[in-house]
Design a protein around this ligand. Structure first.
Ligand code: GUN
Ligand code: ZN
Length: 435
């Protein structure tokens, strides 16, 4: 069954950090999808001629993009998003660990996965990479819920064997065994991808990092996700814990946790050596702008990261991040860019939220793109979703001026429609009425 979706189809086929914006995109009138795949983008007449008998869905003026890709989030923190008044380490101890302790209960894990995935879809996010908790139940719950929705989701059991409460601590051996069992069960099952997930060096001993490095070496098509250099105090703590290390990245590098498929969340306070290693090893960093301001972490320099040639994704970091929305996340990235002296172009922001994150996850052939043969994961955005946005968009002289107010001021009300693997997503109830 072929469907033509008509609207303003924005194909960001090239990296607008690497080529002039004008060369990075093509605007089409429609996209043809069949089953779970994109067949073609092009002019409406041409698509109708090439696909006679296709059903047509006319989205009017809506902007049609690949579904957003959130390259770093914590679904178990959905229930404690927007918790007041702490910085990273006391925020983890006060709010995060007590909430994560509840995920050994499959019913709780299931309820939180359903809530999170429906919130993500209602904001136009069709793929994500999530940390789970130490409980295998939390991993099963997320992959099952993603499978039920047809979503391409990456996730892993969060491993911690020190500096965490008893109920959230494992050992090097348990981390290896339980991660291995989950990886065998889920990696490459349908659209699921496993990410080996040590939380960060303060909560993983060298023995645990070594065990997970060994596991990754045995399963190199998996991803590896963790945190790096988010706050100055955290970097100093890592130096205290591991005085042998040249820097924070070295605590991962020593155990084989740096390389293609590695995704380092935050990566704000880096040395030159760390930048060189991140680039030369083919690792990725993930910018989490709403989190970096919410927890008070610091200013990520996107322009320098891209100039240094480091693969960079974009993410909410829910619930250190204060939003489920990749629109809000792009807005925060723009604001932080201004603080470091760069006005990121709307094309660059949209590219980071789609192809950039997909590249960080090594899934760019399937998601974050409109290339023929890739997955039919799409979002249609209403560029006049509120009176405040509509009055600004009405004055727009070009595409980017029409898009930027929605990036800066939009929320789930801008989501006009979402397709996951070619199927139109139906909001589960009226609370998700934005779609
Ligand atoms: N560093 C270690 N764990 C976390 C987490 O859950 N959230 C954030 N923002 N940083 C972390
Ligand atoms: Zn995180």
């Amino acid at each position: 069954m072929t469907e033509l979706i008509l609207g303003r189809v924005l194909d960001l086929h090239s990296d607008p950090f690497a080529v002039p914006v004008g060369d990075a995109f093509t605007l089409h009138e429609g996209v043809a999808i069949r089953d779970d795949r994109i067949l073609a983008v092009g002019a409406a007449d041409g698509l109708r001629r090439d696909h006679p008998g296709a059903t047509q869905t006319d989205m009017g003026d809506a902007l049609i993009l690949p579904g957003f890709v959130d390259a770093h989030m914590h679904y178990p923190q959905t229930g404690m998003i927007a918790s007041w008044g702490k910085r990273l380490i006391d925020w983890l101890n006060t709010y995060t660990f007590p909430e994560e302790s509840r995920f050994g209960d499959p019913a709780h894990a299931r309820a939180q996965t359903d809530t999170t995935l429906d919130l993500m879809l209602s904001h136009g996010t069709t793929s994500l990479s999530s940390f789970c908790t130490i409980h295998p139940e939390s991993v099963d719950a997320l992959f099952s819920a993603a499978e039920a929705r047809g979503m391409a989701v990456m996730a892993g059991r969060t491993c911690m064997d020190r500096n965490a409460p008893a109920g959230l601590r494992d050992t090097a051996q348990a981390a290896h065994e339980e991660s291995a069992a989950l990886l065998d069960k889920w990696h490459d099952r349908g659209r699921a991808r496993y990410a080996i997930t040590p939380r960060f060096t303060p909560t993983s001993t060298p023995e645990q990092l070594e065990a997970l490095g060994t596991l990754w070496a045995a399963h190199p098509t998996c991803a590896m996700q963790t945190h790096l250099s988010e706050q100055v105090d955290e970097v100093a703590w890592v130096q205290d814990l591991e005085p042998w290390a040249r820097d924070y990245l070295d605590t991962y590098e020593r155990f084989g946790l740096v390389g293609p498929g590695a995704m380092f969340g935050h990566a704000i306070h880096l040395t030159d050596r760390e930048r060189d290693r991140l680039r030369d090893s083919g690792s990725a960093v993930v910018h989490c702008p709403t989190s970096n301001t919410f927890i008070g972490s610091g200013v990520f320099d996107m322009a320098r990261m891209k100039a240094d040639g480091i693969t960079t994704g974009l993410a909410t970091d829910t619930g250190g991040g204060s939003s489920f929305s990749m629109l809000r996340t792009m807005a925060a990235a723009y604001e932080i860019g201004q603080l470091s002296g760069t006005a990121l172009h709307p094309a660059q922001l949209l590219w980071l939220a789609t192809a950039g994150s997909a590249r960080a996850m090594r899934m760019e052939a399937d998601i974050g793109t409109l290339a023929p043969g890739s997955a039919a994961d799409l979002v249609a955005l209403n560029l006049a979703s509120t009176p405040a946005i509509a009055q600004r968009t009405a004055r727009a002289d070009d595409l980017w001026e029409a898009v930027f107010p929605t990036i800066m001021m939009g929320d789930d009300r801008a989501t006009a429609a979402v397709w996951v693997a070619g199927k139109r997503w139906t909001p589960p109830h009226a609370a998700f009425a934005g779609s």
